[in-house]
Design a protein around this ligand. Structure first.
Ligand code: C5P
Length: 216
């Protein structure tokens, strides 16, 4: 079973995808880490004419087996990721690894922006996670605070809005819910409640599929 979990920055999709992977015993890939690794690799060239070519080269040589989630979790990495993510050749270079992960025997859970639309349009279950910008800002702020990092909520809110705008305008992205995606709004849900709701959706879809298969 492939489960695609898409949604905007700080919507909780990563936590939910990890929870779903644990619940169903499936491997999990946070595809944002790939874009973050490419972004950080070319951080020094941001704003220069070499940025795009360097990002494409970095995407072609990124090693998914050594992604350090902690080092890639910074706001800077997120901003840089959304800048390299608009480059079509970067997306193309990262496609094969994501597709191979999705189609491995037994299935997988992937989270990102375009899993249900581009990477795994054939996923059995597609979730699109939503939460309003203020709730997303507050969650990200608490994550940083738990790590003992200083937080400027005003700046964080603007970073999230900026990243949303860049992602929504991405001509190569497909950052919209797939037509067959199930929307889950987590604005008012804590992690446990959101995971329960996500599991209920996945179980419901799979039960429906097995009912329809028996009727054929
Ligand atoms: O999910 P996360 O916040 O780590 O993603 C960082 C950035 O990487 C996103 O803002 C988006 O620009 C890009 N991204 C993407 N496609 C994905 C995952 C992430 O373009 N599948």
């Amino acid at each position: 079973m492939i489960i695609a979990v898409d949604g905007p920055a700080a919507s909780g999709k990563g936590t939910l995808a990890a929870g779903l992977a644990r619940h169903y015993g499936l491997p999990h890939l946070d595809t944002g880490l790939l874009y973050r690794a490419v972004g950080l690799a070319v951080a020094g060239l941001d704003g220069t004419g070499q940025f795009e070519a360097a990002a494409i080269a970095a995407a072609r040589s990124v090693d998914p087996s050594v992604l350090d989630a902690e080092a890639l979790s910074t706001g800077e990495a997120g901003q840089l990721a959304s800048k390299v993510a608009v480059i079509g050749e970067v997306r193309a270079a990262l496609f094969d690894f994501q597709r191979a992960f999705a189609t491995q025997p037994g299935g997988a859970v992937l989270d990102g922006r375009d899993i249900g639309t581009n990477i795994a349009p054939d996923a059995e279950v597609k979730l699109f996670i939503k939460a309003d910008s203020k709730a997303r800002m507050e969650r990200r702020a608490r994550q940083f605070e738990l790590k003992g990092l200083p937080v400027d909520r005003y700046a964080l809110y603007h970073q999230i809005e900026q990243r949303d705008a860049r992602d929504m305008a991405n001509p190569n992205g497909g950052f919209y819910p797939a037509a067959d995606a199930h929307l889950l709004d987590t604005t008012l849900l804590d992690i446990e409640a959101a995971l329960r709701a996500a599991v209920a959706i996945v179980d419901g879809v799979m039960a429906e599929k097995s009912r329809s298969a028996k009727l054929v």
